[in-house]
Write a protein of this length. Sequence first.
Length: 368
Amino acid sequence: MTEKMNIAVIFGGRSGEHEVSLMSAASVLSVLNPEKFNVTEIGITHEGAWLTGKNVLAAFQSNSFEHLHPVVLLPEPRDGSLFVLKGSTLEPLPKMDVIFPVLHGTFGEDGTLQGLLELADVAYVGCGVLSSSVGMDKNLFKDVMRANHIPVVDSILTSRAEITSSMEAVIKQIESSCPYPVFVKPANLGSSVGISKCTSRADLLEGLMEAARFDRRVLVERGVNGREIEVSVLGNENPEASIAGEIRPMDEFYTYEAKYIHDTSELVIPAEIDQSTMKKVREIAVEAFKAIDGAGMARVDFLLDRDTNEIYLNEVNTIPGFTKISMYPKLWAATGVNYPQLVDRLIELAIQRKADRDQTERIFRSNE
């Protein structure tokens, strides 16, 4: 009989997407086969405390943490060992074969957690430090895409400090560069948290203040009369792209509520686009994934301009929403990979990526 693999699933986090992470984690945990995996649940509170114990997800869903214990992952190579703090004693948990982060947004999807996992020298699901950080920062990501000749929507970057001290100047700069409508976004967040569609100066003022609540850097994009097309990517060195799907939001755009609460937006799979456009978005999705040195998974989002039929790459989500109604798993299901198979494949890719990292020599010895 094959020995079971030890998997730690990490969720929650210090992010505006904390609740989304809990929903994604519930779906992942529901398909981890207990005959194949020993699963350890680790929740990170809004304040950043790492906790484990029994029924951690349920405890986070009900905000009842009393029976949970602090857990730490030391930033040094110890075979992925986690330690539980009970009283004044650190008790080791079994060696983890793979850590599966299901964290969205800052302090989870932005390279910070990935850096800790690299220091601990443990296999983990998803993109590494570089691709996570570039994928999370919307402005830096646009710069990388432009350098790779991948079209993106025109934008302006501003900051919380500028918004706070010079709101009038910020608004004038935006209005001189972009006609309404514009979209205002926190530079480092996902799940449509803090995003506003602004059709007037009053909207813009409110949208800038809202985005600045969630990040110190704020991106303002030219509005595009676009269809929202999405492609899922899976793999390491030789990534594959799913068929494309289209989101037809019931609101003016694909809001947080539409993504995770109401389930009222229409997901059209496959997207009703011609074969040439389907081929092109799948190719660009893989190009973008490679451009940021992606690994494991990503969902690549496009805008298809209704007026010109131009394709714009909007963003790459390195830990996309993973709920049962999320586009990433739905696209793979339509391409022939069901949800349990997808989770298993991501774990396999994490192990392969770790084996590849292990080939890197860490000590240089001169021949002289």
